[in-house]
Write a protein that binds this ligand. Structure first.
Ligand SMILES: *Cc1c(COP(=O)(O)O)cnc(C)c1O
Length: 409
């Protein structure tokens, strides 16, 4: 039993086989968790078990294997439902990930928006929460408006108030910024939007590895996330939608699984959630998503949050001792993402040198070019920490960045 408020990081690290490998002659220090997390043995075993013992297509066969696979897949859906405190299983649409979920909703709103309508996006979105809406606006003639942020990388809510009007139909905002680490006040954002009759989609891709959102309490209309950032496999994710919304939206893709009856004259669609799940899904991925949730729950989000805050504070403090280092994203509500630059040095060069020392960080625009434009920088170095990282790894990062600075300055 590990479910205590404190977290035994050395024991936890043993669950992740990749953490003991070497990169460029050094023990891997993996600090690119905002791009994707590593996978614990329990999730890897779940995948091997599926393909070794009960691989079959789901929802169709009468044979036993198909039944076993269907039961496992549907039980993963229930696990996801309970984890996010979602009311109905059919409100959980299994997708290929966050990008898929956003595109599904944006496509659906094509029939609900028209010229004169407005949609609001925040200034700190990932490209996957910008481009599908721009495409939607091109199709419908609706207008996209931007909720600005301040120098700290925090949304300016008074500007949001001014942008909201009867014309606002939809607001889409991330829960946590992948480039800055800022935690957005989504409960307030949702409440204000609802007061004006607008719906809200929250991009939770970056949030769900750090916190456990309660979707009923938030009263959010749509919430999307990806399994791969929360210890699960790539190619699977969740779209939550309130049933009333999912019933209104048209299907996204046509094909098998999503129909009730097909003839050449007319096709009727399956009930939720299958209406939005055309074709053979990522069956193994869905089941392993469930295993990842089990794993995270066993550690416990209270412990994860507390420990990651400690790492964030320590990393911020240590990095700021390097002269000329500037951190982007300095709001008080933040997760364990530290985006920074050193004056006069290109982020890519820092990334390359620290990689030689076995440290994986991200460099570049982090799929959030508007943020880089805001700060007038080409990109940043981003170190993003998970609950399996340690203070020693922070020290290694700081030493490596100092070394890079010496070599490059
Ligand atoms: C990772 C990420 C995405 C994209 O997720 P995919 O899994 O690539 O679809 C979108 N938004 C945010 C905030 C992210 O961090």
């Amino acid at each position: 039993m590990r479910k205590t408020m404190t977290l035994d990081v050395q024991t936890i690290r043993k669950d992740f086989p990749i953490l003991s490998r070497e990169v460029n002659g050094h023990r891997l220090v993996y600090l690119d968790n905002a791009a994707t997390s590593q996978k614990p043995q329990a999730v890897i075993d779940c995948i091997v078990d599926y393909y070794s013992r009960y691989n079959a297509n789901i929802h169709r066969g009468v044979h036993s294997l198909s039944q076993e696979a269907t039961d496992a897949y549907e039980s993963a859906r229930k696990k996801i439902r309970d984890h996010f405190n979602i009311k109905h299983s059919e409100e959980v649409i299994l997708t290929s990930g966050t990008t898929h979920g956003i595109n599904l909703v944006a496509h659906g709103f094509g029939t609900l928006l028209s010229q004169g309508d407005e949609v609001l996006v925040s200034a700190m979105e990932h490209h996957s929460n910008i481009v599908p809406w721009q495409m939607l606006c091109e199709r419908t003639g609706a207008q996209l408006k931007v909720i600005p942020m301040n120098e700290e990388g925090v949304l300016i809510l008074s500007e949001y108030d001014k942008l909201l009007s009867e014309r606002t139909k939809l607001v889409f905002v991330n829960h946590i910024s992948n480039a800055l680490g800022t935690i957005n006040p989504i409960a307030t954002i949702i409440e204000k939007a609802h007061d004006r009759g607008a719906a809200v989609l929250v991009d939770g891709a970056q949030a769900c590895s750090h916190i456990r959102p309660d979707l009923q309490a938030l009263d959010v209309d749509f919430y999307v996330t990806s399994a791969h950032k929360m210890c699960g496999p790539t190619g699977v994710g969740m779209l939550y939608g309130k049933r009333s919304w999912l019933e209104q939206l048209p299907p996204y893709q046509g094909g098998g699984e999503m129909i009730k009856e097909v003839s050449f004259e007319k096709t009727t669609y399956a009930d939720l959630p299958h209406k939005f799940e055309a074709g053979t899904p990522n069956i193994c991925g869905g089941i392993a998503f469930g295993a990842a949730i089990d794993y995270l729950q066993e550690i416990g989000f209270e412990a994860i949050e507390a420990y990651e805050q400690e790492l964030l504070e320590y990393a911020t403090e240590q990095l700021l001792q390097i002269e000329g280092l500037k951190i982007y994203g300095t709001g008080k509500d933040k997760t364990s993402v530290v985006s920074f630059n050193i004056e006069g040095i290109h982020p890519y060069d820092i990334g390359t040198i620290v990689d030689k020392l076995g440290i994986a960080v991200r460099t570049g625009h982090h799929c959030a070019q508007p943020i880089m434009d805001f700060y007038k920088i080409p990109g940043t170095v981003r170190a993003s920490f998970a609950f399996y990282n340690t203070k020693e790894e922070v020290d290694q990062l700081v030493a490596a960045v100092k070394k890079a600075k010496m070599m490059l300055a």
